[in-house]
Design a protein around this ligand. Structure first.
Ligand code: AMP
Length: 537
């Protein structure tokens, strides 16, 4: 692994190899093998274009050769911020082959997120679309380049202006020294247990295990057609089983420009999509739209729902309207807990399934760090063959986020049923789960404190009928209270991703404190839930 990463202890790594969790195959080799066995079969569909496994393999080789010529090499980090377009898939495989790791930023991220990420990663290149959803990413790239000394290249999908076009990077394939299966394959971003996003190093060995076991659990095979509705840059649609799991099984991946029922349903009918993954708010929209849509959705065999809490009622509706439900609880740091095909109906709708492998170790602990009795709620700690042992270049944070024997403190509250199923019961980490988008409260508070009219602030979740939670900022003003609009404009100007901007502001003369002197967020959450009663802002 590269410096700045925490390795699994050697005897543990040896066990994971011996027990077949880690099979010594890199993601680049995996595509080569698939091109050998499934060459002419369609691997990827986007709009009216299709790529076979052989074409995807060749494309990755050409791009890898071009990246190498630019000087991108083994162990480098490349910041990638692309929407669900085929170039994201080509580029990831090219980087896997070069041995450089993509750092997968989400399309809504702006300078306030991308700047610190580029720096923390020491990125040598930044890959963006020309524009996306009306936003010019080249403008953002100019800012990032000015603030990131390590950044040598900006590569653009589309019109590059003064930068390099991705289309011009391809070269005739050259032999490349393969990375080691224990090398970092990619970096995912943490939802932010505290403060800012951390970089999550996932190795080839561990991520291939992740995609294989989740593809097996979803029953994927050569006939599977996966619709990537959520951002592929996120772990869920990338590898749980997502795009990579589908390819691992020899299936076909279909990219949709947006997850709206209009776009997605048309593709489901046209491509005979069999499986997809949704967050609860999107599942709700799809269930409603399926009621009036004329599109034929009968090919859907499995609909995963996860990323945020799913109500029992919606769980029933998904199963009844869209296709067989699979609940999915997971985290970019690793552990996946998902429903099994043979789960009884009651277990299916009321639990978040079971960890995917017998080697996943889960503990549920109380505030004193000791295991609580089975059935009681506590913090979920996890360890296993596809759960990291530390964030990248974050020794201080790691000391708090992991136990001394390597369990990751997930920050989620959970209980284990008698049957070993997990029920997620809330969280201890200070993150708002806005329909699957994670909003780190502390980061937003820091931005708000920079406003001259804000004296003190606490950001908490408020209940929302569609997204589950939205963001409410309790503000103690210095003089005149800033309006919601003022606050929203201020954060956007600071380059904060739109999903992190508060949905609601409450002015207060003082914040409540707990006896130990911390802001009493539980009280604020109860207060806003009571006042707003789950109404939409
Ligand atoms: P991320 O790393 O962005 O995938 O976010 C992981 C976090 O999302 C978890 O630690 C949970 O807080 C939350 N999460 C994921 N899946 C679920 C689920 N099925 N139910 C409730 N919360 C979830």
């Amino acid at each position: 692994m590269m410096p700045g990463c925490v390795e699994w202890p050697e005897e543990v790594a040896e066990r994971y190899r011996r027990e077949g969790y880690w099979r010594g195959e890199t993601l680049g080799d995996l595509l080569r093998r698939l091109a050998g066995t499934h060459g002419a079969k369609t691997a990827l569909v986007s709009g009216d274009s299709r790529w076979s496994y052989a074409e995807l393999d060749a494309r990755a080789d050409r791009l890898a050769a071009g990246l190498r010529e630019l000087g991108v090499g083994r162990g480098d980090r490349v910041l990638v911020q692309l929407p669900n377009i085929p170039e994201l898939v080509f580029l990831c495989f090219a980087l896997f082959r070069v041995g450089a790791a993509p750092v997968l930023a989400l399309p809504p991220h702006r300078h306030s997120e991308i700047g610190p990420l580029a720096e923390a990663a020491g990125a040598v290149a930044y890959v963006v679309p020309d524009t996306c959803q009306g936003f010019d990413h080249r403008e953002l790239a100019r800012q990032v380049r000015a603030s990131t000394p390590s950044l040598l290249h900006v590569i653009v999908v589309g019109d590059p202006q003064e930068f390099t076009a991705l289309a011009d990077v391809e070269r005739d394939p050259v032999p490349l020294a393969p990375p080691d299966p224990g090398d970092v394959a990619l970096f995912l971003l943490s939802g932010g247990t505290t403060g800012r996003s951390k970089l999550i190093p996932r190795t080839h060995d561990d991520y291939v295990c992740n995609i294989r076991v989740s593809a097996e659990n979803a029953g994927l095979n050569e006939t599977s057609v996966y619709l990537a509705a959520l951002p592929v840059a996120h772990n869920y649609a990338l590898g749980c089983p997502g795009v990579l799991g589908t390819l691992h099984a020899g299936g076909t991946v279909v990219l949709t420009p947006t997850p709206s029922p209009d776009d997605a349903f048309a593709l489901i009918e046209r491509e005979r999509v069999t499986v997809t993954g949704l967050v609860p708010s999107l599942a709700q929209l799809w269930v409603e739209a399926a009621g009036w849509s004329r599109q034929d959705l009968s090919s859907l065999r499995l609909v995963q729902v996860g990323g945020a809490a799913l109500s029992g009622e919606l769980a029933h509706q998904v199963g009844g309207t869209l296709g067989r439900l699979q609940q999915s609880f997971g985290m970019a740091e690793g552990l996946l807990s998902q429903s099994r095909p043979d789960d009884p109906r009651e277990v299916l709708v009321s639990t978040q399934g079971r960890p995917l492998t017998p080697a996943d170790e889960v503990r549920v602990v109380g505030k004193d760090g000791r295991d609580v009795p089975r059935g009681e709620v506590g913090e979920l700690l996890v360890r296993g063959p596809y759960t990291i042992r530390g964030y990248y270049r974050a020794p201080e944070h790691n000391a708090a986020a992991f136990t001394s024997d390597g369990f990751f403190r997930s920050g989620d509250l959970a209980r284990l049923t008698d049957t070993g199923h997990l029920v997620i019961a809330g969280r201890v980490k200070d993150v708002i789960n806005r329909g699957g988008d994670k909003v780190p409260a502390e980061e937003v508070e820091d931005h708000l404190l920079a406003h001259p009219e804000v004296h003190a602030v606490a950001v908490v979740a408020m209940p929302d009928p569609l997204l589950g939670e939205r963001t409410c900022a309790y503000i103690v003003p210095r003089g005149g209270a800033p309006s919601l609009k003022t606050i929203q404009t201020f954060l956007r100007k600071r380059g904060v991703a739109a999903y992190k901007v508060p949905d609601w502001v409450e002015d207060v003369s003082a914040l409540p404190y707990t006896p130990v002197g911390k802001v009493d967020k539980a009280r604020l959450r109860a207060d806003i839930a009571h006042r707003r009663g789950g109404r939409r802002p």
